[in-house]
Design a binder for this molecule. Structure first.
Ligand SMILES: CC1=C(CCC(=O)O)c2cc3nc(cc4[nH]c(cc5[nH]c(cc1n2)c(C)c5CCC(=O)O)c(CCC(=O)O)c4C)C(CCC(=O)O)=C3C
Ligand SMILES: [Fe+2]
Length: 365
């Protein structure tokens, strides 16, 4: 049987974007932090992280690699679906990509947002961004659908599991006895609360992944698995509460409790972009070394075959549903598949704050 992705005629990979050169850094950071109240000194500090890498974030090449991997997987399955790429905060901007796609005849575009978990930052903000791109294209805009969050897609889990076991194998004595330090991006407590209003919140989605991965690791190793979830990359006003513990404080506390080896597993990110390359590989690794802990950083899912195949499964499942079929949504863990359309009031920046900003894939309020 030949598979097809109808009614879709393109897949848009929609991501964060990052600077490609020194001169891009400040304008990129202005785009990201526009209206967000991030203090100047935090911006200067984050600018320094990028300058350590000559102003070039690895994120763009990683997204291009994911585009290529998705194209390969689709082609191998005999599915004709062009994959295009657009960003929220840097070139190529989503609006430009969609204008081009439309010029080439795309009428209905399925969007894969590069955030695995739902919160304002990973979900609603992208839905606002896509609505604004569509509005500015007017009649030329294709119809856009958005794939649900994929944190509990089995391929995402399998890819993380493989990455953790590979990293664990590099530790002295292997993974046995290592504490698994799962890490994700911190968000303000208010954003966390707002993410939990209409369904399982951002933290709960990660906890679900942690439980599933721990169980799989236990099965693989035949031993006990100790783990915890911690957070990196907090910003904003220091007086505003964000999700804790910070990964560095947490590693310090683990050392004080007698832990001697850890795997740092960045389950909150899909590629080794700047948060991973600096906040984990530089800062968290330094913290571990200072405290006498042997640490191995697990890779992100990147373009691992399990992950890419799982994404294509999700694409085909969604396409089938849009054709009126009733495909089953396969998920791991206890939370089930998130809905295709976000519920009213979900994933606001703050609970109860109605901004009136239009969104796609869900009601505006
Ligand atoms: C949950 C989440 C993800 C994970 C989901 C996902 O993967 O999408 C994520 C990803 C990313 N965040 C990124 C970069 C930045 N995020 C910032 C600021 C913020 N992030 C937030 C949350 C998240 N962010 C929040 C609540 C803020 C505060 C301001 C605001 O409410 O928006 C700032 C401003 C400076 C600072 O304050 O640090 C920068 C530069 C990059 C690109 C990296 C690269 O260039 O390689 C990526 C992939
Ligand atoms: Fe961020």
């Amino acid at each position: 049987m030949t598979e097809n992705a109808l009614p879709y005629d393109a897949l848009l990979l929609c991501s964060f974007g990052g600077p490609n050169a020194t001169d891009d850094v400040i304008p990129f950071l202005r785009n990201v932090t526009h209206g967000k109240g991030i203090p100047e000194d935090r911006l200067a500090e984050v600018g320094e992280h990028y300058h350590r890498f000559d102003g070039k974030s690895p994120i763009n090449e990683q997204n291009l690699a994911l585009v290529a991997a998705l194209q390969r997987e689709l082609k191998n399955r005999g599915i004709a679906l062009p994959v295009v790429w657009g960003n929220r905060n840097w070139h190529p901007y989503t609006v430009d990509t969609l204008r081009d796609s439309s010029a080439f005849g795309a009428k209905r575009v399925l969007t894969l947002v590069t955030s695995a978990y739902a919160s304002y930052s990973g979900s609603r903000q992208y839905r606002e961004h896509l609505a604004s791109a569509v509005a500015s294209l007017g009649e030329d805009a294709p119809h856009i659908d958005i794939l649900r969050p994929f944190f509990n897609e089995p391929g995402f889990i399998a890819a993380n599991l493989a990455a953790i076991t590979e990293a664990g194998a590099t530790l002295p004595g292997g993974i046995a006895g290592a504490h698994i330090v799962y890490v994700t991006h911190s968000i303000p407590d208010a954003m966390q609360d707002a993410s939990a209003v209409t369904g399982p919140g951002y933290r709960e989605q990660h906890e679900d992944v942690r439980v599933v991965l721990d169980a799989a690791l236990r099965e693989l190793t035949g031993g006990e698995v100790a783990s915890s979830l911690s957070y990196c990359s907090r910003s904003g006003n220091p007086n505003t509460p964000w999700l804790e513990p910070d990964v560095n404080d947490h590693i310090e506390a683990l050392a004080a409790a007698g832990v001697t080896k850890i795997v740092i597993a960045p389950i909150g990110f899909i590629s080794d972009h700047m948060e991973v390359a600096f906040d984990l590989d530089v800062e968290a690794m330094e913290t571990a070394t200072e405290h006498g802990i042997a640490a191995a950083r697990a890779g992100t899912v990147g373009v691992r075959t399990e992950f890419v195949a799982g994404l294509v499964d999700m694409i085909m499942e969604r396409a089938a549903r849009e054709r009126g079929e009733d495909p089953s949504a396969v998920t791991t863990g206890a939370l089930g598949a998130f809905p295709d359309e976000a519920p009213a009031g979900s994933c606001r920046m703050r609970h109860g704050e109605v901004t009136g900003i239009p969104v796609l894939a869900g009601p505006h309020d």
